[in-house]
Design a protein around this ligand. Structure first.
Ligand code: C2E
Ligand code: CA
Ligand code: CA
Ligand code: CA
Length: 271
């Protein structure tokens, strides 16, 4: 028994050591990636299904690490937020988006994912000033409640200042957290992104109650609503019947690098 438990303990210790090494290595890897400029924006079209036209693009970060493969956002965004490296990372990403912007159709906008720290301080304002961002109406920001905002008073101050200058904010992953309604109310946000989780249940009999609740709340409060993770024409149709016409998902397009996006065209019909 004793040697066996010793062995188990040793095994656990080794596992823990590896886990620590992995966990601690990420900020270092991210710093290297910044130096090497390894982050690239991919663009996923957001389509007005009623008008059959592209209205904007969500910018999704992609990272190809030197000597390794692609690293998915789910593997590094948390660490980037915890280490505050998300600030320079988002800046590098937006520098590239700014270069791409003139290539996109004139009336379309880009949507950038930001983190709570961006709006709790002057980070976002500083960033926009430093980039000399030209047209506020051509960019908006998606805020999640994944990392909760600590100081709503500060956040509201910064958000209001930016909104007054024409920048829009959307509440991302709406319905998946606890504070969604509070966020909308306290931060005066007028746009929501309905999470894929709810869209997935759309075609299941008896599982749409939450989605219907969210959508009728959206209508009553005159929110602009975008459904994300939409994969089938059937889902597009059902969302349309519920009055949600702004659609993002594989049904229209996957996130693409700019050169691919410029060749991409919206198919005439999804049916
Ligand atoms: P999100 O903001 O909810 O973005 C939507 C995610 O769903 C993206 O995953 C996108 O590629 C994926 N997606 C879009 N349409 C479909 C679909 O029809 N089916 C399925 N199965 N998936 C779809 P991705 O690119 O892996 O990003 C994951 C998350 O990482 C994002 O979730 C966002 O929270 C975060 N993220 C991505 N880029 C950035 C960034 O530049 N900054 C920050 N702070 N977070 C980012
Ligand atoms: Ca998003
Ligand atoms: Ca989501
Ligand atoms: Ca999200």
């Amino acid at each position: 028994i004793l040697p066996l438990s010793l062995l188990c303990g040793l095994g656990l210790a080794t596992l823990y050591w590896h886990w620590r090494k992995l966990a601690y290595a990420m900020p270092q890897r991210l710093k290297k990636a910044l130096q090497r400029r390894e982050f690239t924006p991919y663009y996923q079209p957001i389509v007005d299904a009623a008008k059959q036209q592209v209205v904007g693009y969500e910018v999704l970060i992609r990272w190809r690490e030197k000597g390794r493969k692609w690293v998915s956002p789910s593997e590094f965004i948390d660490a980037a937020e915890d280490s505050q490296l998300i600030i320079p990372i988002t800046e590098q990403l937006m520098e590239q988006v700014l270069q791409d912007l003139p290539l996109l159709p004139p009336k379309t906008w880009v949507s950038i994912n930001i983190s709570a720290i961006h709006v709790e301080g002057v980070f976002l304002e500083t960033l926009l000033a430093r980039l000399h961002w030209p047209q506020p109406e051509r960019i908006c920001f998606e805020l999640t409640e994944r990392k909760p905002i600590q100081d709503f008073k500060q956040a509201l101050l910064h958000l209001s200042a930016l909104m007054a200058r024409g920048y829009d904010f959307k509440l991302d992953d709406f319905g998946t957290g606890y504070g969604g309604f509070a966020y909308l109310q306290r931060l005066n946000i007028q746009q929501i992104k309905i999470d894929k989780m709810f869209v997935d249940h759309l075609t299941e009999e008896g599982s749409q109650t939450l989605l219907h609740g969210i959508i009728s709340f959206g209508h009553q409060t005159t929110m602009q609503m975008i459904a994300e993770g939409v994969e089938s024409p059937e889902q597009v149709r059902l969302l349309g019947e519920l009055g949600v016409h702004l659609i993002q998902g594989y049904v229209f397009a996957r996130p693409m690098p700019i050169n691919e996006l410029l060749k991409w065209q919206l198919p005439n019909s999804t049916n």
